[in-house]
Design a binder for this molecule. Sequence first.
Ligand code: AMP
Length: 306
Amino acid sequence: MMNPILAVGSVAFDSVRNPFGEAVHVLGGSATYFSVAASFFTDVRLVAVVGEDFGERELSVFAGRPIDLAGLQSVPGETFRWKGEYGFDLNTRETIYTKLNVFEQFQPAIPAGYRSSPFVFLGNIHPRLQLEVLDQVNPPRLVAADTMNYWIQRTPDELRAVLARVDVLIINDAEARELSGEANLVKAARAIRRMGPRTVVIKRGEHGVLMTRPGEGEFFAAPAMPLEQVFDPTGAGDTFAGGFVGSLAASGETTDAAMARAIIYGSTLASFSVEDFGLDRLLRLTEDEIRDRFRHFKRLTYFDEG
Ligand code: AMP
């Protein structure tokens, strides 16, 4: 049997503006992107909360995929809302607002059947909630986590408590620098590893990904797929995490080779996600397309020693 993934994070209504267009009030959130991406690989058990404004139309995004919604609570109030604006190169992003709404009072209750999930993903959300999830599960084989500048700045102590219990931290370059206080990414990754996670995966947007872990293969790097059509990078990080953890869970391995393969699957899924606004591209993605682009990644960096 494939290993299911227990995933907590935000389910959101996003508004996104960039030089090429605008999307208002579209479905997003860290747990949403993660679940849809990971569901191409294995079963996902989603733990999150939504408000009364979250209807059948939004729920239908999860339908027909191996995403179990028993841990998705629906409560009175409004769903989490986030608005972001991107600069011309799509690499810089400014948060216009973050409205936690129903997440303010949320207490995750992990269904009994979820507690022995072998793979756990703590998506970007209040670190207190990430801890409450960890407190309710039996020791998983692998815990991966993501976070964001919002939480690095506001809840540093709780975030440190999460990091002490995480195997893999997946964050972007600016966040790695902020969290470690180091400008150099190699130093930043090593400093973060001293906080707990054995493996640190640093997402560098259009510059690809850098993974560091102890041992001979301390560094593994992958480029981003060169794309002519990049519309909306929102959710690329969570989509990457979905492909990465999904691939590890599907193989059941956490060797250096499995980790490297997972980086390429993560990069593959993320490369699709940015091709359209919101979740649109992921929702029409096929397994054949994933396989083709995964292979394309290999050609991208192949060279002959001569
Ligand atoms: P990414 O582009 O991968 O960094 O993730 C963007 C997603 O994260 C959006 O869909 C937002 O709804 C969600 N998000 C933004 N800020 C936060 C936050 N402070 N906590 C949880 N989720 C957030």
